[in-house]
Design a protein around this ligand. Structure first.
Ligand code: NAD
Length: 381
């Protein structure tokens, strides 16, 4: 099959769904690869590097969509991209079907098959295709780098001839994939790192990474904020009050707060309130990774960096993976390549869209003129 990656059209998006290395691997599966001219530029991959990897560079999106049998993309398709799809063609991309009914209808009307990378079931076998995790990992790491670039001091403590420097104190709220990556980056830079999550089972993971789990003075059974599948459930009002009380107590001594708390299908819980920001020292930094879902901090402005009256910097960027486009593209293109490996069982360049396969079925949101979202629950763990 001909697999093609167009240039991403959403403004500021620097990632690309195919790299020269992923294209080499796809060719080993019997596929031919195409790329739109300039598609890899934002991530540091030149047209020449693709050509050298055996990829055909085509002039524009119209030529790419016309020639490719499978189109691979990063960001959810815009209408102009959906309109280019045709019967029998497959699109593999982030898609967010629950929020994009119009896009699902458009894919159905075009008769195309859509594999949504955000719908890959989070089961062990599918970890290699779990693009949500690979992007969350980057976001968590980059949040710490971004905080460091805005913080006027070292992360690590130092005793130098020029004076003693205390270590930075970092609090990570939410210890899922992004939070754990932030904890790893923060401790490796030498900061004293504290972390909190409503799921008490992550305490061990947090401590094994050299951070301190923030325990609440709360009945243990009631503290368990875990729902099914490793995700969080909304907290009770009493629990939330305890949590806010604890954060208020910590706020004056915390230099950097990285918030990553999310509850599937809901707006982000507000956990770092305006009064906590007021309690923080001048020069402190808050990076809110939940900005896209409304933010964990009261003062977050999505896609912006603001400085409060008391000199606290609040960062609400929503494009952290794109800010590390080379790394993000490499990991995402690998996730896509693994998806295509499963879709090419004989490694002979023939796509077999096996709707009996839990992972393929779970991620397929439109198939041959039908909407196939939501999928039935997966049979295996
Ligand atoms: P997420 O992005 O939905 O949420 C981030 C974190 O915020 C979660 O840890 C959640 O517990 C936490 N949170 C929610 N409300 C909070 C609050 N009020 N205060 C503090 N923290 C709060 O989660 P995620 O990163 O997608 O991962 C969720 C889980 O799924 C993790 O346990 C992860 O290990 C698991 N997971 C499993 C697989 C797999 O098996 N293939 C893949 C990825 C993730």
């Amino acid at each position: 099959m001909k697999i093609g990656a167009p240039r991403e059209i959403i403004e500021g998006e620097a990632r690309v769904a195919m790299t020269p290395d992923s294209a080499r691997a796809l060719q080993k599966l019997g596929h031919a690869c195409l790329i739109e001219a300039g598609a890899g530029a934002g991530a540091g991959f030149s047209d020449a590097a693709y050509a050298e990897a055996g990829v055909e560079v085509v002039a524009d999106a119209s030529a790419l969509f016309a020639a490719a049998e499978v189109v691979v993309k990063v960001r959810e398709p815009r209408l102009e991209e959906l309109e280019r799809l045709r019967r029998g063609q497959t699109l593999i991309s982030f898609f967010w079907p629950a929020q994009n009914e119009a896009a699902l209808e458009a894919a159905k009307a075009r008769g195309a098959t859509v594999v949504a990378m955000d719908m890959v079931p989070r089961i062990s076998r599918a970890q290699k295709m779990d693009a949500l995790s690979s992007m969350a990992n980057i976001a968590g790491y980059r949040a710490v780098i971004e905080a460091g670039a805005n913080f006027g001091r070292f992360f690590t403590g130092q005793v130098t001839a020029a004076g003693k420097v205390p270590p930075a104190r970092v609090l990570v709220v939410g210890a899922g994939v992004a939070g754990l990556a932030a904890i790893g980056a923060s401790t490796s830079l030498g900061a004293i790192t504290l972390a909190f999550d409503v799921r008490p089972e992550v305490a061990e993971q947090i401590e094994s990474m050299g951070a301190e789990f923030v325990f609440l003075d709360f009945d243990e059974a009631a503290q368990d904020g875990a729902a099914t599948g490793g995700y969080a459930a909304p907290s009770s009002p009493e629990f939330r009050e305890k949590q806010l009380e604890k954060f208020r107590e910590l706020a004056p001594d915390i230099d950097i707060v990285i918030t990553t708390a999310l509850i599937p299908g809901r707006p982000a819980p507000k956990l770092w309130t305006e009064d906590m920001v007021k309690l923080m020292k001048r020069g402190s930094v808050i990076v809110d990774l939940a900005a896209e879902k409304g933010g964990n901090c009261d003062l977050t402005v999505p896609d912006a960096r603001i400085v409060t009256d008391n000199g606290v910097i609040v960062i609400g960027y929503t494009d952290f993976p794109s800010r590390m486009a080379a790394q993000a593209s490499t990991l995402y293109a690998t996730n896509i390549r693994h998806m295509l490996t499963d879709l090419t069982p004989e490694k002979d360049g023939t796509i077999v869209h096996n709707m009996e396969d839990d992972v393929i079925r779970g991620a397929t949101v439109a198939h041959d003129g039908e909407i196939t979202f939501p999928p039935p629950p997966p049979k295996v763990k």
